[in-house]
Design a protein around this ligand. Structure first.
Ligand code: GUN
Ligand code: ZN
Length: 438
């Protein structure tokens, strides 16, 4: 089935801080798709009337056609506890997160929240995500079943957790290995689904369990590793007490052989120099989660340092510590994190996060962080047709603001700072319109 979408195509084909030609900003173009894959892009003026008649035509003139957003770190079982008041990481986990995650031993509940979660993600324009399940194997089955029905490109994994958590949420090294293995064999590579081996973080796994996670990565070299790293100062201190022989926090994971090019570490706020260097050396990725980092008071991620070391970075909402399913608020907060760093750490001479870099992080940067840049993240022939139609001026305030935003960069920045779900006109999955359910 061939389809055509007429609008203003907008995407980053490279990191704009490394390539001044990275922005593709082509007005009045047509994106052709065939069987869910982008076939070609051409100016409207070159599309003949005969060709137009042969395809299913979608007119989004004067709106942006942009790649689907990519969320590189989010917890689906935490959907219902988003916006829980008053705590920093460790207390927040104990008081809100663990009690909520206990509910996922019920497969029906897992299915209901999976549906809700995916509807929320898609109606906010996020088409691919790297997702934490709960410790329950059935939570991941439920998630993948729902994602498969929608033909989504999604990555998920069962939490591995055998200490420092309520009894009802603990597995053990052997059980977590077995269950993860069964889930990998069932789901990894099925349609557009992939598996991530998911030890929660160093505090909730014994060294034996982390070794089992490493074993899985050796047995299944194409699966991801997804965990948290260096988010909160008390977390780091406790990790050092639990692993006195480790040189630093990352070394706990390194000793278990968890550092691969498909390893994604969320947060990475308080890293020591050696940890930064190890992440670069092993070609690991970082999920930058500013709404979460500000909400839990965790700290200010140093994006410039990651950039200098050529470490792959994607954006994460980190719901439920993050406060939005929509990717625009995290981009908004990412800008403010860069401003705060400038103001607080004598970094005044440094550049603030640019809107082009911000949109790169939420699209192609995220795709690179997930080793998916040959499939998603830009609107080029051969890529999967997961994309959004965006109207950057919907509210009266946005309309007023856009009148004096003269360049695409200024318009993108206004969208980043003022935008939300209202700006997503439509979301397409493999060229099929997702019907937003409000
Ligand atoms: N560290 C360990 N578990 C979690 C979690 O669920 N959320 C966040 N933000 N950090 C964590
Ligand atoms: Zn998280």
């Amino acid at each position: 089935m061939r389809k055509a979408f007429h609008g203003n195509l907008l995407y980053l084909k490279a990191d704009p801080n490394l390539d001044t030609e990275a922005l593709v900003d082509i007005k009045n173009h047509v994106l052709f798709t065939k069987n869910g894959i982008i076939e070609k892009v051409m100016p409207i003026a070159e599309v003949s009337p005969a060709e137009k008649l042969k395809v299913e035509w979608h007119d989004y003139q004067n709106q942006w056609i942009v790649p689907g957003f990519i969320d590189t770190h989010i917890h689906y079982p935490q959907t219902e506890m988003i916006g829980a008041y008053g705590e920093a990481l460790l207390k927040w986990l104990e008081k809100y997160t663990f009690p909520t995650e206990m509910k996922f031993n019920d497969p029906n509940y897992a299915k209901e929240i999976s549906r809700f979660f995916l509807n929320e993600l898609l109606s906010n324009g996020t088409t691919t995500a790297l997702v934490f399940g709960s410790v329950h194997k059935n939570s991941v089955d439920a998630f993948f079943e729902e994602a498969e029905k929608l033909n989504l490109r999604m990555i998920c994994g069962k939490v591995m957790m055998d200490r420092n958590a309520p009894e009802a949420l603990q597995d053990n090294p052997e059980l977590s290995y077995q269950e993860s293995k069964e889930l990998i064999e069932k789901w990894h590579g099925k349609k557009r689904l992939s598996y991530a081996v998911t030890p929660r973080f160093a505090i909730t796994s014994s060294p034996e369990q982390l070794k089992k996670a490493g074993e899985l990565l050796r047995e299944f070299p194409n699966v991801y590793l997804h965990t948290h790293l260096s988010e909160n100062k008390n977390e780091i201190e406790f990790t050092k007490e639990l692993f006195p022989e480790a040189k630093n926090y990352l070394d706990v994971y390194k000793q278990a052989e968890l550092l691969t090019k498909k390893s994604v570490f969320a947060h990475c706020i308080h890293l020591e120099n050696e940890e930064w260097e190890d992440l670069a050396k092993h070609d690991c990725s970082i999920a930058f989660c500013p709404t979460s980092n500000l909400f839990l008071g965790s700290g200010l991620f140093n994006l410039e340092k990651a950039e200098k070391l050529h470490i792959k970075v994607g954006m994460g909402t980190d719901v439920g510590a993050g406060t939005s399913f929509n990717m625009l608020p995290p981009l908004n907060e990412a800008y403010k994190v860069s401003q705060l760093r400038k103001g607080m750490f004598s970094e005044e001479n440094k550049k603030s996060l640019s809107p082009l870099k911000a949109f790169y992080l939420a699209t192609l940067g995220g795709a690179k962080a997930l080793s998916l840049e040959d499939k998603i993240g830009k609107l080029a022939p051969g890529m999967e047709a997961d994309f959004n139609i965006i109207n950057p001026a919907v509210t009266p305030l946005q309309k007023l603001r856009m009148k004096s935003a003269n360049t695409t960069e200024e318009q993108l920045f206004a969208l980043q700072i003022l935008g939300n779900k209202d700006n997503i006109t439509a979301t397409f999955i493999l060229g099929e319109k997702f019907e937003h359910k409000n």
